[in-house]
Design a protein around this ligand. Sequence first.
Ligand code: NAD
Length: 478
Amino acid sequence: MDSFHNLINGEWVAGASEAPNINPSDTNDVIGLYAQADAHQAQAAIAAARAAFASWSLSTPQQRFDILDAAGSEILARKDEIGRLLSREEGKTLPEGIGETMRAAMIFKFFAGEALRCGGEVVPSVRPGVSVEVTREPLGVVGLIAPWNFPIAIPAWKIAPALAYGNCVVFKPAELVPGCAWTLADILHRAGVPKGVFNLVMGSGSVVGNAFVESPDVDAVSFTGSVATGRRIVQACAARGVKVQAEMGGKNPLVVLDDADLGVAVNAAVQSAYFSTGQRCTASSRIIVTQGIHDRFVDAVVNRLAQLRVDHALKAGTDIGPVVDARQLAGDLEYVGIARREGGRVVCGGGVLERETPGFYQQPALVTETTPAMRINREEVFGPVASVIRARDYEHALALANDTEFGLSSGVCTTSLKYATHFKRHAQAGMVMVNLPTAGVDYHVPFGGRKGSSYGPREQGSYAREFYTTVKTAYSAS
Ligand code: NAD
């Protein structure tokens, strides 16, 4: 069995212990043994990053471009192999795994360009004989903490901008998906990242993640994960007075209006609620349907779900892979039970499936006749479970869509320009989709939410520089 080490100060070092990386499609398949750092090792990585910052912060844009561009090219060239590893450790289907890997490559390419584009401004002063420059500088050492559901894209959209704008990185992937993180670290190492500039520290959230959050040598923390963890991290960073960005959960609504194209609506709902096993922060888990189309829509979704194949993520023909682990599966099933007890009708799915290999296979579930107050409509499930709420008309549907503490992505299916335009303006979400799934976004534009879903500046696109740089205004007598 291969062992995979942490990357600290340019060296591969064994962890304090090791943990197996287990394939959720086949729990007999152990992908490898991955290092688990202790707090001491996390501190060593932070110290290495701190020491490397003086020189890296003065690196040329060309140097940063070359490294990020080379990393993007290698990821792209190895998309089939890395995509396979991703699907093997996380459980999304092979086409989804390869697609996510290509997205990560594009993110590195985009931020390679951003290293060159990050200029400043010369502003005329209001005073005679004075000139003013507004420039951006890196923050220092940034701690990056990622969830398991996008094992390469989320690390990419944190690491690439952090390095592009001249920061040093300590990166902790989620415990369930160290494989893609290690591969990414290996690629960056060989692409020529100077020692200490990028450090991979695999290990637990309570030890490694906590060390990043608490260390006085970490100048900013970018976190993606659950609401509970995110809120704790935001509070801890605020107490230390350091910059923090947290992308957290969602309870994303998809509104289907009477005038919707039924095929478009069914596709948007099935894609965003169930693909990637429903394990996307942008999944539309709350489907709000007006009365005139409700029954036809529910029948069509049920028919479509019956045609989908849930199986081993790497098997040709699989539409939906397994749930990521036993704990998540138990949680998903519990929510189906809660929805049923609270009066919802489970019109399909919600049980466990047996396949050739031992894995965490779940039938995609649809719960109808739900009301906004039910827990299934208020709490994030993060699995292949969606609920349907009946709405009287557009105004009622919009009010239901916004009736949530989350605000990541929000969608509407309609053929009316009037409703589409109104919804784009009034949906209380960071991202709005018209006749598209709520999940599935471009890599060159801002990503993030409102309300309880997000805290701090947006990620991705040029907006990422709002988090990864600090602004300096310089005055000179001329
Ligand atoms: P999680 O909060 O359990 O873990 C996320 C990361 O935080 C992991 O690396 C974990 O080890 C670390 N962590 C845990 N405790 C910590 C602590 N005390 N200090 C520091 N770090 C700690 O989340 P998860 O289960 O890995 O991911 C699923 C969640 O992520 C869902 O809620 C989903 O909606 C959310 N998510 C959000 C986005 C977004 O951009 N909004 C994207 C993907 C996933």
